[in-house]
Design a protein around this ligand. Structure first.
Ligand SMILES: [Zn+2]
Ligand SMILES: [Zn+2]
Length: 327
């Protein structure tokens, strides 16, 4: 197999020839056909997440087909198309696993962070954490759903039922969540970097009610806002834009420091929450509804060997939607 490997934090990934791996008990081997590039991959490469492991193969929005099955795997067959998300394994016995909050597991394994991921021609996964994807939709279009879609979905559920929803940072996740929220009958307000007219136009093309810079106030008070950008300064801005009792959900795994702000922005029962990881149930709930929601992902394809280029383009905001690597 071949892979783009992170050998040292803050260095480019290296194209590497590796011996083929065999799935152990409970595991499957998947021939990767597409793997999305997520902002979390940048945090992994930059060493911004605690206890980094190197060398590691990043990538946690994996679509592929099973070509080897380890002992004890149930419910999956050879050749089946599956998706492999960020949550790679949980312990099953800690208090969080027992209270159906496995996204907060005390001893988790994360794909492309603490176990090898999908910037490769093949990968090994815990079969219980892989999602059968069926045969509807092409591999590249489905890849961004495995993290941008899933985490976006979890953030949307946590944001509550409010009809007027703000999305701060209009990248891969927001472009999916905007479509889901619209399908649910909500009005979406898209916030981009100030002056980023191209992304604002992209947001409008997806049917948002309004698009503008994150330094602007929306034309109406919001019921809730989700912050996908990694910029802590957005927290007080979003709190200012939501109504009394409204919610602000931080969906990123990493954020720059939140500046101090007047208590009155939080007062009147506004809530500030974060979203961490996903549960398998999130994946089942979301992926089951995707065909009826009519979500169309906007993707930019890169050959696997050009992973560093895709990451640099993501960092610089050089494309709309999501980048996807294809072996
Ligand atoms: Zn656990
Ligand atoms: Zn991700």
């Amino acid at each position: 197999m071949q892979a783009m490997v992170l050998n040292e934090i803050k260095t480019p990934l290296q194209w590497t020839e590796l011996p083929d791996r065999q799935p152990g008990p409970g595991q499957i081997r998947v021939q990767v056909t597409a793997c999305g590039v997520c902002r979390t991959d940048l945090h992994v490469i930059d060493g911004e997440l605690p206890n980094p492991v190197v060398p590691i193969i990043p990538g946690h929005e994996i679509v592929g087909r099973i070509d080897a099955i380890g002992p004890g795997v149930q419910g999956l067959i050879m050749g089946e198309r599956v998706g492999i998300p960020w949550l790679g394994h949980t312990c099953g016995v800690c208090p969080y696993c027992r209270m159906h909050r496995e996204n907060l597991c005390d001893h988790p394994v994360f794909t492309g962070f603490t176990c090898d991921g999908g910037f490769a021609t093949a990968t090994i996964a815990d079969a219980r954490f892989a999602f059968p994807l069926g045969e509807v939709g092409d591999d590249v279009s489905l890849a961004p759903l495995l993290c941008a879609g899933l985490i976006g979905w979890r953030a949307l559920v946590i944001a509550g039922e409010g009809r007027k929803l703000g999305l701060y940072g209009f990248g891969a996740a927001a472009h999916i969540v905007a479509q889901v929220a619209k399908w649910q009958g909500r009005s979406v307000f898209g916030f981009t970097r100030p002056g980023d007219l191209a992304t604002q136009a992209f947001a409008r093309s997806l049917g948002v009610a309004w698009a503008g810079g994150s330094d602007e106030m929306p034309p109406e008070q919001l019921d809730a806002a989700i912050i996908f950008a990694t910029v802590g300064d957005l927290v007080p801005l979003a709190l200012r834009a939501v109504r009394k009792g409204g919610r602000v959900v931080c969906a990123g795994i990493h954020m720059s420091d939140i500046p101090s702000f007047p208590y009155r922005l939080l007062w009147e029962e506004r809530q500030l929450l974060s979203v961490a990881n996903l549960t398998r149930q999130d994946g089942i709930d979301f992926l089951r509804q995707v065909p009826t929601m009519g979500v169309v992902t906007h993707t930019k394809k890169y050959p696997l060997r050009k992973a560093n280029e895709a990451l640099a383009d993501l960092r610089a905001g050089r494309f709309d939607g999501a980048a996807v690597l294809v072996p």
